[in-house]
Design a binder for this molecule. Structure first.
Ligand code: FES
Length: 353
């Protein structure tokens, strides 16, 4: 369900990125309280077309009774309708519709040693995770390894520096710039699997890190995951969120090439109400549901954000690509409706589970 939220502040944080803060009215405080790492799905109409996007919340999570601070980071994406609008036209006082924060790339504060490898705007959810953890859990430590092109293009530079000043013994920052020399930090160059495999053991005791958070472009996240696996880190300790997958990016099919039945029927439950509809040729199960239920949840329609996650009650589906669900989730029967096509004549999804 979408709620109208008024923009209360817009800060330019780099040449091509802004931080947008929304005012949360008292009656929506509980709805918009987020767990660090979650994102906000927003929608806006431009020229009669509805645009939906998901943006990670960068502000630390507040505890009751404090009002939640709803601030997201938005970087301009080439040809991105909402990011172009946010950077060029969005103004304080405008109203944007948003759903309650969602997402499973989260860390609830607890004692332990945590680390993140982020690239570009991938810092956004990790900033919320690190700031909340360090403020609320005195027995926690956090190591942030961040990769950016240049210092000028680095988002949330001040906020990260502030964590370093505030928690000198518990926050460790390592910066890699791919196109610029820097006085401190790593020599220039990309953080790929080989470099990370050599670098990580020199930075921290890899095997005793309680949770790894990888966030950023597809390539960086995959390279970092490969390095951690090579260093013996268990999959269950690696959490990842991918930003910006090119449309022609490699697909991760859950079920490889299978023939679709000539006619399939989808039954779906959403907000406690069920319905059945024929699936038209070529469309995703999300599109089938959206023809009759405009309230079906989605944002990216690209297999990245996970907003359309649904439980597969019966039947089989084939997913075009999946950058959002962890293997445990697909193993437990969850699918991305925006990427799913029927493999059996009858398919049933439950969006409420
Ligand atoms: S809508 Fe984003 S993964 Fe399906």
């Amino acid at each position: 369900m979408f709620h109208p939220l008024r923009v209360s502040a817009i800060e330019r944080i780099t040449d091509d990125a802004v931080a947008v803060t929304f005012a949360v009215p008292p009656e929506l405080r509980e709805t918009f309280r987020h767990t660090p790492g979650q994102h906000l799905n927003v929608r806006y109409s431009v020229g009669g077309d509805e645009i939906r996007r998901s943006y990670s919340i960068c502000a630390p999570a507040t505890a009751e009774p404090d009002a939640p601070v709803l601030k997201v980071g938005i970087r301009l994406v080439d040809g991105g309708a909402f990011s172009t609008y946010a950077l060029k036209e969005l103004a304080v006082g405008n109203v944007v519709e948003a759903m309650a924060p969602t997402g499973r790339f989260v860390l609830k504060p607890r004692p332990g040693h945590f680390a993140a490898i982020v690239g570009g705007s991938g810092i956004t959810p990790v900033l919320s995770i690190a700031a909340t953890l360090l403020a609320q859990e005195p027995a926690a430590r956090f190591c942030l390894i961040r990769s950016d092109r240049t210092a000028a293009s680095t988002m949330f530079l001040e906020e990260v520096a502030d964590l370093k000043d505030r928690y000198p013994g518990r926050f460790h920052l390592v910066t890699a710039l791919s196109r610029e020399e820097q006085a401190a930090g790593l020599p220039p160059g990309r953080l790929d699997r080989e470099r990370l495999t050599g670098l990580l053991p020199a930075l921290l005791p890899v095997s005793s890190v309680d949770g790894w958070f990888l966030c950023g472009p597809f390539g960086l996240v995959r390279q970092a995951e490969g390095a951690l696996r090579e260093l013996g880190v268990d999959r269950s300790r690696i959490h990842q969120e991918i930003f910006h997958v090119a449309d022609d990016g490699p697909a991760r099919s859950v079920a490889a090439a299978v023939t679709a039945p000539s006619q399939s029927t989808l039954t779906a439950t959403l907000d406690g109400r069920s319905g059945s509809w024929p699936v038209q040729e070529g469309e995703s199960l999300l599109e089938t549901v959206l023809r009759s239920r405009a309230d079906a949840p989605y944002a990216c329609k690209g297999g990245v954000c996970g907003t359309c996650r649904a439980y597969l009650v019966s039947g089989e589906v084939r997913m075009d690509r999946n950058y959002a669900l962890e293997p445990e989730e697909t193993g437990a029967g969850y699918v991305l409706a925006c990427q799913s096509h029927p493999v059996t004549p009858e398919v049933e999804l439950d969006f409420d589970r």
